[in-house]
Design a protein. Structure first.
Lengths: 392, 257
């Protein structure tokens, strides 16, 4: 069974390695989140927002021309059609209601490319809550449109100027901000990372993805389980959501697609499952790209959303026990796959998602296999990267 | 007897602990800075193991970590620098660091090396009590290393009692809801918290850290505890120093008067 234990471990990965100053906050969350989320008042509000605000259920779309191209029956789970353009909002809706029930007045979050920042700023606007987003100074320069979207939505965007000035440093800054205001603030972590209970909590909010896949596939194909589920992994929230209800269905192959950057061993990659070793990052024990002295290595990917030096502890566990197959897709191949999907299905995917599409070239499957790819986000935010790449 | 216990048996008030990042401001400054801290009259030396992602530290100490790493500091390098340091340093020495570099070094090997060199204790902010008790307590004790716990204004009385039960050496009282170096003065709310903890009759001595920077804040912290820890203000003081001995002496003398 793939299941988190009461101390927050998936096998040997997970836990809550946090400074004492954060202990009361994390403990408050750990003790209360499941009961709050299970309560009828919570569920009524959550389900109604998922339906009317996010636009769920998202379609499960049979991609006929893509299927023909690859010689299998391929469905796309259209998370790109969620409000704000990606699956990230499933989690922020879930956490903002939780924060409100915990009596929090202020929300903080980290963001890399800005998708989680926008999804957080969006739900804060919806609920009238004060919102501060921490973002690496370099990412602020690279992702101007998302920075302005957050500001339009009323959020304050604070640059993280330490270290490499990217996602991991933004996460450090958000944790420091949480230490500085532990009582009034809730920290909405955007992926299945961080101290327990975050990895499981975020996975649970994203698990609506595989919950819907199950009944949608049942009605379209007469079966709940596909042969393969494919999703890209940075921290791993969309993959955790797409895999969640299939963790323990051993007939379903789970394919986790990482960013191999310029090549897994090129020194410019984010393929944590290959390059990572067990270590502690942002409060949990997981696979981590680090030097032999235990200093965290700055990864590289053309997609900011996969540009993270660790993976969620659940994915480290799925990797360790061989439950998921990990595939590394290089920058150039991901870009080509993005163009391919655009031309065959009329869908411009986020570059993160394009990695998952390209994985079809790198794994084996049978012609009659039923494949679900989690189309985690749309490519609007990546237009500049597509333009600069230019090869279309 | 562990040097920390000996210190608190012989000195019950105005104990001053000074934090410095290893390999800062220059790689080979570690030992000279320690000697200067001792000569200037401080009581405990806390050496920071630099880390790429120090989440409990503010900008000043983060920057010192970055500089030390750029200088080439590592646990291996520090242990090489500390070889034989007990010939010169008699003060208690504790290492402060984040867990990951220690795990990569090998926790048991790390503890063994600490004992060989003459390190007295460890402050590991991202090692919470439950993980310590389950995974590390026995190991630390085997090598005579005190594990120093932190408490903050948010720590419940029940948990402070638990910390006291499992502590040795002293308890590190974080003065506020803050990261290191965040504030320059002590508020009335903080004083209430100091007073509340002082009234709990804990079995371990307490040192107050975070936001202690000068004679006034040291004086105030010492009113409610056995003393205090100064980090960021000290780092600022030596960052651009052209004469470490002189600047360290005048800083510490300025604090303890």
């Amino acid at each position: 069974m793939i299941q988190v234990d009461e101390k927050g471990f998936y096998g040997s990965f997970g836990g809550a390695y946090i400074p004492e100053m954060l202990y009361p906050n994390v403990e408050e969350l750990r003790e209360n989140w499941e009961a709050i989320v299970a309560s009828p008042t919570y569920q009524v509000e959550f389900q109604s927002l998922l339906k009317d605000f996010v636009g769920r259920p998202t379609p499960l779309y049979l991609a006929a021309r893509l299927s023909e191209t690859f010689g299998a029956k391929i469905y796309l789970k259209r998370e790109d059609l969620c409000h704000t353009g990606a699956h990230k909002v499933n989690n922020t809706v879930g956490q903002i209601i939780l924060a409100k029930k915990l009596g929090k007045k202020r929300i903080i979050a980290e963001t890399g490319a800005g998708q989680h920042g926008v999804a957080t700023a969006t739900v804060c606007a919806l609920m009238g809550m004060d919102c501060t987003i921490y973002m690496g100074e370099l990412d602020i320069k690279r992702q101007r449109p998302n920075v302005e979207r957050m500001r339009i939505l009323g959020a304050k965007v604070v640059p993280a100027v330490s270290g490499s000035k990217t996602l991991k440093d933004a996460t450090n800054e958000a944790m420091r901000a949480w230490i500085a205001d532990p009582v009034g603030t809730h920290y909405i972590i955007g992926s299945v990372v961080g101290p327990h209970p975050y990895p499981e909590m975020v996975a649970r909010f994203q698990s609506v993805i595989s919950e819907e896949i199950k009944w949608q596939l049942k009605s379209k194909e007469g079966r709940e389980n596909p042969d393969l589920v494919i999703a890209c992994v940075g921290g791993g929230s969309n993959a955790a959501g797409a895999f969640y209800h299939y963790y323990n269905e051993s007939s379903v192959r789970l394919i986790a697609v990482e960013a191999a950057g310029h090549g897994i061993h090129s020194g410019k990659s984010a393929a944590t499952s290959v390059l990572g070793t067990p270590g502690i990052l942002h409060g949990s024990k997981t696979l981590l790209m680090q030097t032999e002295d235990g200093q965290v290595i700055e990864p590289h990917s053309i997609s900011a959303g996969l540009d993270y030096p660790g993976i969620g502890p659940v994915h480290a566990h799925l990797h360790e026990i061989g439950r998921a197959e990990f595939v590394g897709v290089e920058d150039e191949d991901a870009m080509k796959a993005g163009i391919l999907l655009s031309r065959t299905e009329g869908i411009i995917p986020a570059i993160e998602t394009a990695h998952a599409i390209h994985a079809l070239n790198q794994i084996s499957f049978n012609p009659n296999d039923l494949i679900v790819i989690n189309l985690s986000g749309r490519g609007d935010k990546d237009l500049e990267t597509y333009i600069q790449w230019g090869n279309y | 007897m562990n040097r920390i216990d000996y210190l608190f048996q012989t000195k019950k008030e105005r104990v001053l602990s000074i934090y410095v990042t290893a390999g800062f401001p220059s790689l080979e400054d570690t030992l000279p800075v320690m000697e200067a801290i001792q000569a200037a009259g401080a009581d405990i030396i806390e050496i920071g193991l630099p880390y790429s992602d120090p989440i409990a530290d503010g900008p000043t100490i983060q920057e010192s970590n970055t500089i030390a790493l750029e200088n080439g500091m590592s646990i291996k390098k520090l242990f090489a620098q500390l070889l034989g340091f007990r010939a010169k340093i008699h003060l208690p020495v504790v290492l402060m660091g984040y867990l990951n570099p220690i795990i990569q070094y090998g926790v048991e090997e790390f503890c063994k090396k600490c004992k060989e060199l003459g390190i007295d204790g460890l402050i590991l902010p991202d090692l919470p009590m439950s993980h310590y008790l389950e995974e590390y307590k026995e190991l630390f004790e085997r090598y005579g290393l005190f594990n120093i716990f932190l408490i903050s204004p948010q720590t419940s009385e029940k948990r402070i009692r638990e910390v006291d039960e499992h502590s040795n050496g002293f308890i590190y009282m974080v003065s506020s809801h803050a990261i290191t170096g965040a504030k320059a003065e002590i508020s009335p709310e903080q004083e209430q918290y100091f007073e509340r903890v002082a009234g709990m009759n804990l079995s371990n001595p307490r040192l107050i850290g975070f936001g202690i920077s000068d004679a006034a804040t040291f004086q105030l912290a010492s009113r409610y505890s056995q003393g205090a820890i100064i980090g960021s203000a000290f780092i600022k003081n030596i960052k651009n120093s052209t004469d470490l001995n002189r600047d360290i002496n005048s800083f510490i003398q300025g604090v303890i008067g």
